[in-house]
Design a protein around this ligand. Sequence first.
Ligand SMILES: [Zn+2]
Ligand SMILES: [Zn+2]
Ligand SMILES: [Zn+2]
Length: 322
Amino acid sequence: MAIQSPDTGNNEIAILNSTGRAGTLFEQVVLLLIIVIPLVLTIYAAVTLTQGAVHWGYPLATLIVFVLAGLGVTAGYHRMLTHQSFEAHPAVQYTLLILGAVAGMASPVIWARKHLHHHSHSDTEADIHSPHIPRWFRGGWLKWITQWFDAHIGWMFRNQPINVTRKALQVTSMPAAQFVHKTWLFWMILGLALPLLWGWNAFVWVGMVRLFLNHHVTWSVNSICHLWGQQPFKNTRDHSKNNPVFGLLALGEGWHNNHHFRPSSARHGLLPGQFDLTYSVICLLERLGLVWNVQRYGQCARCADWYALRSGDGGICPKCRD
Ligand SMILES: [Zn+2]
Ligand SMILES: [Zn+2]
Ligand SMILES: [Zn+2]
């Protein structure tokens, strides 16, 4: 239950609820199992694959469900809900957020609030996940391994308060988000139970290997994409990086420096040659009339500043037009 303090004047409301806390011991044990069991079964699946004991249909089905659930996170939780980079028909809202829940990413409401906090405190002490804040060792390679691990997984087990802005409260009030907030665990379990009905191999692959991939690819955006890659937009004043491997694996989200530069852009692959599958899907849905008000950014033909594109602006930013 949220306990709100009076407005602090800087448009941030301190909120004392579970969004900043690591949860009860029981919840932490469940979280640990959700992380460890897919890891163990993924190693088991990899071994059976090398022994040639797996029909190709299982890895293929794993890939398909991985992409669908992944799009739920990237297009649904992240670009639609958290950053409002497009508007969508309710059927699309519910579908994307339910798919995001299948990816085992917790409630979209909690996810969005934590993520907005990450954007406003990126790579500072107040950031909930940054691989640049020393927490265990002050030097040597152990420092980097532990900091990477903390930004990848460790932070979920740590108490760290977050501030929830008025904007965060407003974006997460979307009815579809509130519905999936209450039901997300059901959708995650359904994503494991349906493959189980199909048999043990399907459970291992489409359930567990797929969950392992959805988790670690998403978490790598928090950890690896703040460590390794290029930073064409230095004025983000954080360590966000464009990482081509996760640009592909994380369905466009690995162009993370671009994303910190223009968080509300529906397209993360802003620069030439940066493939962004999530953006392609958003464009497809737009063509079908299911998505609209897609936020796009481009460089002004006169001053080369990045600005929010509007139809009929002729590629000239408002500053240069006046
Ligand atoms: Zn980031
Ligand atoms: Zn973001
Ligand atoms: Zn201009």
